[in-house]
Write a protein that binds this ligand. Sequence first.
Ligand SMILES: O=C(O)c1ccc[n+]([C@@H]2O[C@H](COP(=O)([O-])O)[C@@H](O)[C@H]2O)c1
Ligand SMILES: Cc1cc2nc[nH]c2cc1C
Length: 350
Amino acid sequence: MFTIEAVSDQFDQQIQQRIDDKTKPLGALGRLESLALTIARVQGKETLEITRPTMLVFAGDHGIAASGVSIAPSEVTAQMLLNFARGGAAINVFCRQLGWELELIDCGILQPLEGLKPGDCGKEIVNCRLGAGTNPIHRQAAMTLGAVHQGFELAKGRVVHHHSLGCNLLGLGDMGIGNSSSAAALMAAMLGLEAGDCVGRGTGIDAATLKRKTMLVEQALVQHHDELTDTYNKLACLGGFEIVQMTGAILAAAELRMLVLIDGFIATAAALCAVELMPACRDYLVFAHASAERGHQRMLQHLKAEPLLDLGMRLGEGSGAALALPLVQAAVNFYNDMASFAEAGVNKVV
Ligand SMILES: O=C(O)c1ccc[n+]([C@@H]2O[C@H](COP(=O)([O-])O)[C@@H](O)[C@H]2O)c1
Ligand SMILES: Cc1cc2nc[nH]c2cc1C
């Protein structure tokens, strides 16, 4: 369904030489230097550029939320999506500040946001609905395999659309009450860990809720144990509509050789799925930040990812990915515009 080419390391030496020739002590731009190498490999050209950076926020509801695993009920997913549409959430503020295009995608919240009065809803919500919330994963499969495939196709449609508008950097974010349970279950299934190693406090639950959440995720893993044979089945049994579509978006973006900025715990669960399915897509991913959610560090280690920021954030929405854009632009700009020792007439120091 996707044809993804791993990036070539053929020009690594030239790229590294260009970075090392800039007027700075060797390695002094730290993580920005490896970021520039990543971008140069992906873009494969002399002058790097970030064009029309676009944040896609995928929203979906989760059956498990009815069993009390979050601080909020499922209704808050729709309420926050409406808040995004009206421009009032953290992701709106950061996108406006930093120059992101923003698209909101309903992947399957409980009830579609229809029947709003004209003018009530500022921004279009793109309909990519796979259902009215997933089934509770501790009792049955979240969705059918057909829904997983359909979700990949819908996400690919959005990515192709933004690519055609000139976007070469996607940010991926999520909104979905209960989705940290689904992300933790997928993490456990993919990394071969216990529920207890993967489940965290999500929106900020108390100790008793954490215990229940861990038990339900454990139950989901036992319930589906024999079906967790490949990534598609893992997504069908344990996933969420927004996690499926973020996975599809990563694969579609990699196919088009676009860079993808991954947000926190939920988006990284989608990255785990995408990389398990097609390892070559890893080359196109930049991990924006270390979420405070328990388990995120271990996901990042598994993906050999060094996140750009560590702000103790655990909001989702794409907020961490949004904040990392200036660093990506800084990596591009130093690579393009900084003088070399020869150009500047500075003695090369090593
Ligand atoms: O992405 C993260 O790192 C992250 C960590 C904790 C919570 N969240 C957000 O909080 C919601 C999921 O939390 P919960 O407790 O409802 O499972 C969902 O809307 C996520 O975007 C996001
Ligand atoms: C208020 C609120 C905002 C959010 N943004 C992302 N997940 C969220 C969860 C809640 C509860």
